[in-house]
Design a protein around this ligand. Structure first.
Ligand SMILES: CC(C)(COP(=O)(O)OP(=O)(O)OC[C@H]1O[C@@H](n2cnc3c(N)ncnc32)[C@H](O)[C@@H]1OP(=O)(O)O)[C@@H](O)C(=O)NCCC(=O)NCCS
Ligand SMILES: [Zn+2]
Length: 269
């Protein structure tokens, strides 16, 4: 039976869903960076115990350095957005696959309005922090972001749709073009729109321009410039965001609906 919702809550749900469809890129305040590993100043003291344990388990010193740099850079991006100190921010993670709290999608503890993502290669790290600007905050849904940096390298055909393969066949630098598409796909995996196992059927080319566009379904997908510019053919990066309408109240369980109503009324939620 449908839960007995009060009209104020029902009204807010309707406006939320409307606003989520109309969010413009300018409504998404963000700090997004791709930098060389060595350019990030950080000490392991910034990391939480869970992060330190994962970093310490990495055998190759390049992987440990990249891990620390990426986890520091994501703090720097969030700190710039929040006007806070990077070393004072805690990154927490949750794996949507196994539910573990020691790896998976990152978030800034205590700052749920800020969406973050990070990525590392052995030479470069990328991070993004974003939130909905005041104009859209409270009206739109949940902002989700993903970022990916990749070494330029050949990517297997199985990663691409037939249309993407036709486009790639026309590109003078196929490895670079393929990595560009792959980075967009991984950014979208991190946003949560597709599983890694299904990215081959996710077409990230713009339908009209027949080239990488700035929209895939309800996600914005954007290139990220490496700073300072890396040599041609070194790394490419992309980031993506979407606003997911908040989950409507469960219709099958009064308990779920009651807890959703409590969440919705939290100050600042
Ligand atoms: C997310 C994923 C695409 C990362 O790709 P990658 O190119 O190997 O690595 P990147 O350096 O670009 O990104 C790694 C970062 O993505 C983040 N991440 C991991 N899983 C994520 C997820 N499901 N959603 C969003 N971000 C995720 C983490 O911050 C991770 O960095 P960390 O390990 O230092 O904390 C890959 O881990 C994946 O597909 N995961 C899904 C499969 C899965 O859930 N595996 C674990 C099962 S227990
Ligand atoms: Zn897991």
């Amino acid at each position: 039976m449908a839960p007995d919702l009060d009209p104020v809550v029902q009204g807010r749900v309707a406006s939320v869903e409307e606003a989520a469809r109309g969010v413009r890129p300018s409504d998404v305040e963000h700090v997004a960076l791709v930098v060389p590993v060595g350019s990030v100043a950080a000490t392991p003291g910034w990391l939480t115990a869970a992060e330190r344990a994962r970093r310490d388990a990495l055998r190759d010193p390049r992987d440990r350095a990249a891990y620390l740099a990426a986890h520091a850079l994501v703090r720097s991006c969030a700190a710039r957005l929040l006007g806070a100190s990077a070393s004072g921010l805690r990154i927490v993670q949750e794996c949507p696959t196994c539910g573990s709290g020691t790896h998976g999608r990152p978030a800034v503890d205590g700052h749920e309005v800020v969406a973050v993502s990070l990525s590392h290669t052995r030479t470069h790290v990328a991070a993004v922090a974003a939130r909905l600007a005041t104009v859209a905050a409270g009206a739109a849904g949940v902002l989700e972001v993903g970022v990916d940096v990749e070494d330029v390298q050949p990517v297997p055909d199985s990663a691409f749709s037939d249309r993407e393969l036709r486009w790639l066949a026309q590109q003078p630098d196929r490895a670079r073009a393929a990595t560009t598409l792959w980075a967009r796909k991984e950014a979208l995996v991190k946003v949560g729109v597709v599983d890694l196992g299904r990215v081959g059927s996710l077409d990230v080319l713009d339908a009209a321009a027949h080239a990488p566009g700035d929209r895939v379904d309800d996600c914005a997908v954007l290139p990220l410039e490496v700073s300072p510019p890396a040599g041609h053919g070194t790394v490419v990066a992309a980031w993506a965001w979407r606003v997911r309408p908040p989950r409507p109240p469960a219709r099958s369980s009064d308990d779920d609906a009651a807890s959703w109503r409590r969440t919705d009324r939290r100050p600042g939620a």
